[in-house]
Design a protein around this ligand. Structure first.
Ligand code: RB5
Length: 140
């Protein structure tokens, strides 16, 4: 399942990404926020983390203004590997090398078109394990 989380600065891009998933008939769980009224990103990163961790197959897409706050907060949970991505190549590598389970996007600094390309790449890329597995192990 895909879990969406954002603050007010990430809300417009989250809505665009949600529209994309709806068009593709892909179900998402949206933990908020649900408007551009000011909120605090840690509240939504925590809600998103909790949902992502309900299943190993879950993937999160978290969005704030820069992506930095969401990344810092999401990564405080040792089971979350949140990757702030600004290109499709980095999104693919974050899955292949880092087994990222959360994609973070900078809502105020990214077009809808680029965001969708990044989302597609993130969702279709697979963890390669191999030499990367021992590195991930060292994180814990
Ligand atoms: C909100 O103004 C902004 O600070 C937040 O969305 C994010 O960019 C923080 O890292």
């Amino acid at each position: 399942m895909i879990i969406l989380a954002c603050d007010h600065a990430g809300y417009p891009l989250k809505e665009e990404i949600k529209k994309f998933f709806n068009k593709e008939n892909i179900t998402t769980i949206d933990v908020g926020t649900y408007s551009t009224d000011s909120v605090d990103y840690p509240d939504y990163a925590k809600l998103g983390n909790a949902k992502v961790l309900e299943s190993d197959n879950n993937i999160g897409i978290f969005i704030c203004g820069t992506g930095v706050g969401m990344s810092i907060c999401a990564n405080r949970n040792p089971k979350i590997r949140a990757a702030l991505c600004w290109s499709p190549a980095i999104a693919a590598l974050s899955r292949q090398h880092n087994n990222a389970n959360v994609l973070v996007l900078p809502g105020r600094f990214m077009t809808k078109r680029k965001a969708i390309r990044i989302v597609k790449e993130f969702l279709t890329s697979q963890y390669e394990a191999g030499r990367h597995a021992k590195r991930l192990k060292k994180l814990n």
